[in-house]
Design a protein around this ligand. Structure first.
Ligand code: PEP
Length: 248
């Protein structure tokens, strides 16, 4: 099955109203690459202004709460981000697992909450360096997928992102063989869980993707796009990744 490439940015706790100007050149690059889907997850405060500024690019949240509403001070629901223009959310990012102690079960509940509100979901998984060094990367990723992927996931709203934690923001990446191997294992696990729908689910690679390494990573079997942190903050660094995806 042919899956359109998706290049998704994650601004994390970076950006400002002034920084939204970066999106203008990103939209132009997305328009010039009609075969590629482009999305940018921004801090909650910027979702509304970003969605209003660039209706042509999918703007998303970096997280949502697993409940639709209620007494959860400081949290933001899927309905809230959808109302101001988000079309998707990231869930289960490793920084939230590390900083907020989120689990794969939490990611499952957040994905389900987002889907209830009509949001697309990018669900992250990935091993730590210690887990990889112990030869456990495959088992860790399989277990995360098993616990976090909703039964009704399909490619119309659900995307998986494989992000080895040790590759995030470090400038280090797995070998192409290691990336291909985990993506194949992830696809097989998805097939066990959701059957043929797995063929339509995009699996992104994330972790130190740049304009320099994007083309080779995106050419690996079963790599359907990239989730990009640091290099998504400026058009100068993000646009070459979009262009690389268009050329693969
Ligand atoms: C991320 O945080 O999802 C990520 C992939 O970050 P970076 O591209 O900076 O490694």
């Amino acid at each position: 099955m042919t899956r359109r490439k998706l290049v998704a940015g994650n601004w994390k706790m970076n950006g400002s109203l002034a920084a939204l100007g970066e999106l203008d050149a990103i939209v132009a690059a997305a328009d010039a690459a009609p075969g590629v889907d482009v999305a940018v997850a921004v801090p909650a405060t910027l979702i509304g202004p970003a969605a209003a500024r660039v209706p042509g690019v999918a703007i998303g949240a970096e997280d949502v709460h697993e409940r639709d509403a209620g007494a959860h001070t400081g949290c933001i629901s899927a309905a809230m981000v959808a109302e101001v223009g988000a079309s998707f959310t990231i869930v289960g990012h490793s920084e939230r697992r590390a900083d907020q102690g989120e689990t794969s079960q939490d990611a499952w509940a957040k994905a389900a909450a987002a889907h209830r509100q009509g949001l697309n979901v990018i669900l992250c998984c990935g091993e730590t360096e210690a887990e990889r060094n112990a030869g456990r990367a495959e088992r860790v990723v399989q277990a995360q997928i098993e616990k976090s992927v909703p039964d009704n996931a399909d490619g119309s709203w659900f995307t998986l992102a494989y992000e080895p934690r040790w590759a995030i923001g470090t400038g280090r990446t797995p070998t192409l063989e290691e990336i291909g191997s985990i993506h194949a294992i992830a696809r097989a696990k998805l097939r066990m869980l959701i059957g043929d729908a797995a063929d339509g689910v995009r699996i992104l690679y994330g972790g130190s993707v740049t304009g320099e390494n994007a083309a080779t990573i995106l050419a690996v079997d079963d790599v359907d796009g990239a989730l990009v942190g640091g290099a998504s903050l400026t058009a100068a660094k993000f646009v070459p990744i979009i262009e690389a995806a268009a050329g693969v």
